[in-house]
Design a protein around this ligand. Structure first.
Ligand SMILES: [Zn+2]
Length: 238
């Protein structure tokens, strides 16, 4: 786990106009040392930044912000990401790039198949750390088209010990999403990808003791989305 400097425990303000332009992110206020638990920018606002950043990326109008020494050197003292993204390990799904953001902007948990249900303490603890210690108010479970882990779950749906090593365990964890969606009209792979994301969102939103109370209080938002490898577009799931 990265260390948490005192600044990440402090409430910070958000420079709306500059952030929307991809120019800069949070500007910090100076709260009392014994101030409240950390809280970052509003979830809806952060979501709008992600949506706008993805529009820039998909249209080829990227600003690739915060990638110079002047940006990353100060971050050695501490991080203040605006969102936590739980996504696939797939090499083609790179959150900072596809949301046109920079170093220090996103706390990312990557695991093949971006599955939450069945995931262990390392995944759940990582997300909880982003919320409780870094003040993140937006969690996004981000699936993607042509996901190999979901394809494997469909292909080996009724097999036992079909895959070597822990790959089989991983794929088995995804199978409920396939079973849940196999009756739906449309493309089975796309349906399973969305079902897997929705299951992850639901699991996270009800995860005690850190996430669920904040969701219930309206402070924390958990959203699901899918990324199109060919289009570059992120679509939010309803
Ligand atoms: Zn994948």
């Amino acid at each position: 786990m990265p260390t948490t400097p005192p600044t990440t425990r402090r409430q910070f303000l958000f420079t709306t106009t500059a952030a929307l332009a991809g120019a800069s992110l949070p500007a910090f206020a100076s709260p009392p040392a014994d101030g409240p638990a950390p809280t970052g920018p509003d979830a809806d606002h952060v979501l709008s930044l992600l949506v706008e950043g993805n529009k820039r990326f998909a249209s080829g109008a990227i600003t690739h912000p915060r990638r110079s020494p002047a940006d990353f050197k100060p971050l050695a003292e501490g991080q203040n990401p605006i969102a936590c993204i739980i996504t696939c390990s797939d090499s083609r799904v790179t959150p900072e790039i596809l949301f046109d953001l920079g170093i220090g902007d996103l706390f990312i948990v990557r695991i093949a198949g971006n599955y939450i249900n069945g995931a262990g303490a390392s995944v759940k603890g990582s997300v909880e750390y982003a919320v409780a210690e870094l003040g993140v108010n937006l969690l996004m479970v981000l699936g993607h088209s042509q996901c190999g882990a979901i394809k494997a779950a469909i292909k080996h749906l009724h097999d036992k010990d079909a895959l070597p090593g822990a790959i089989n365990d991983l794929v088995t964890s995804i199978k409920p999403a396939v079973l849940e969606s196999e009756h739906l009209p449309g493309d089975p792979l796309e349906n399973a990808i969305r079902a897997n994301v929705r299951r992850g969102v639901d699991r996270l939103a009800h995860l005690d003791p850190i996430i669920a109370p904040r969701v219930k209080a309206g402070q924390l938002k958990v959203v699901g989305a899918t990324y199109g490898l060919a289009t570059g577009q992120v679509q939010l799931l309803k």
